[in-house]
Design a protein around this ligand. Structure first.
Ligand SMILES: NC(=O)c1ccc[n+]([C@@H]2O[C@H](COP(=O)([O-])OP(=O)(O)OC[C@H]3O[C@@H](n4cnc5c(N)ncnc54)[C@H](O)[C@@H]3O)[C@@H](O)[C@H]2O)c1
Length: 353
């Protein structure tokens, strides 16, 4: 049976949801039982074909632990939805670099263990797809792990908002190495950016004039604290550009993460405001609140992206895989409308089977 051998860089909340999801959906043999997955089967691959073979972190409560134990270690607060039996994958210590921001130092306890030789671990574990799930502020560390993927001959998926797949210099390096690359900044399954864009497009397609709109988020995961501390501005630019691209005209748009509220734990509340006019300048306003749990929101899209990258490897694609980037990421190298990205991804998958 084909398998997608995955290495997880960062065993935080997203990794917890991903690993729990593999166990949760691994119990089902029929596609129709996989409720909550956008693509139970993709290019002939199911979640049962995804295997985590390596994992890296810096927190002493996770390093040298089996992945099944590490995903539930603090400060992770993604909900536990299933027991995960021992995986045999031991979390290795990666180099810290800029992995933990000033505020997150109150939450993360950095291990004193020596750093593993990451490229060697990737090679020895036969990892095919390395998934970067570091905190959004870990720009230097993200680039360093991309180097390790190049050295080990792995495809690289950048779920963080750091610019790798959308950076022409990195794309060239993956092209030269004959390896596929996807990023940047994973989209959510029940995504606030997608919801915002769809709402604006629906209204503007009907001739409605949007005069101003914003989207503000609050969350209680470690990542929300890191965003507040280090990447608020970068995330705001990515989200604002993405939301603004759904309108055929310029208007006042602000979209971006705002604050950390510890008691929300892994929950996220997104607030939307839309104001505009329609027939004969009649005014309207929308005031919405959208509540989600953060980490599981990455699971279905990550399952799709890692399987798509396996297909890209099989087809010997190199550099940024444009349809995968446009479908699964907020800042792809080539921005597409939601429907265009969806159909480009479907065509890519169909061409691979
Ligand atoms: N729905 C979502 O959760 C979602 C959606 C889109 C993008 N993302 C992105 O995914 C990434 C991961 O999010 P998360 O909520 O899992 O974050 P998290 O803070 O829970 O996890 C990050 C993990 O990386 C570890 N780490 C820090 N520095 C490291 C280093 N140098 N080497 C190895 N490990 C290191 C931390 O100890 C922690 O376990 C973020 O960049 C986030 O922006 C998440």
């Amino acid at each position: 049976m084909p398998t997608v051998k995955v290495a997880l860089i960062g065993v935080g909340n997203c990794a917890s949801a991903f690993v729990q999801g593999l166990r949760f959906y691994g119990k089902f043999s029929k596609d129709e039982e996989c409720v909550g997955l956008r693509n139970p089967r993709l290019g002939g691959l199911t979640p049962r074909d995804i295997l985590v073979v390596a994992a890296f972190d810096v927190d002493e409560r996770k390093v040298e632990k089996d992945l099944a134990e590490a995903i539930f270690a603090e400060p992770n607060n993604a909900p536990k939805v299933t027991e995960v039996p021992s995986t045999g994958v031991i979390v290795r210590k990666g180099p810290l670099m800029d992995g933990v921001g000033k505020s997150a130092q109150t939450l993360v306890q950095v291990s004193a263990n020596p750093d593993a030789n990451v490229a060697q671990v990737l090679k020895e574990s036969s990892a095919e797809v390395a998934v970067n799930l570091l905190p959004s502020g870990a720009a230097e560390a993200s680039r360093w792990y991309a180097e390790q993927a190049l050295a080990a001959g792995c495809a690289f998926v950048n779920a963080t908002p750091n610019f790798i797949a959308s950076d022409a210099a990195w794309v060239k390096r993956f092209e030269a190495a004959g390896l596929p690359l996807a990023g940047d900044d994973l989209v959510d399954q029940a995504g606030s950016t997608a919801l915002h864009k769809t709402l604006l497009k629906l209204l503007s397609d009907s001739g409605v004039k949007i005069t101003e709109t914003y989207q503000l988020d609050v969350g209680g995961g470690t990542e929300s604290m890191d965003t507040l501390d280090r990447t608020r501005e970068a995330k705001r630019i990515i989200k604002t550009q993405s939301v603004a691209s759904s309108l055929p005209y310029k208007t006042e748009v602000v979209a971006g993460s705002t604050d950390y509220v510890d008691f929300l734990r892994n929950k996220r509340d997104s607030y939307f405001w839309v104001s505009g006019t329609y027939f004969c300048n009649a005014p309207f306003q929308i005031d919405l609140k959208f509540s989600t749990v953060d980490a599981p929101n990455a699971g279905s899209v990550l399952f799709d992206v890692v399987r798509a990258m396996k297909l890209a490897l099989d087809r010997k694609l190199k550099g940024a895989v444009v349809p995968v980037c446009a479908y699964g990421f907020k800042r792809p190298p080539q921005m597409m409308a939601l429907e265009t990205a969806e159909s480009a991804f479907k065509t890519f998958i169909a061409d691979s089977t």
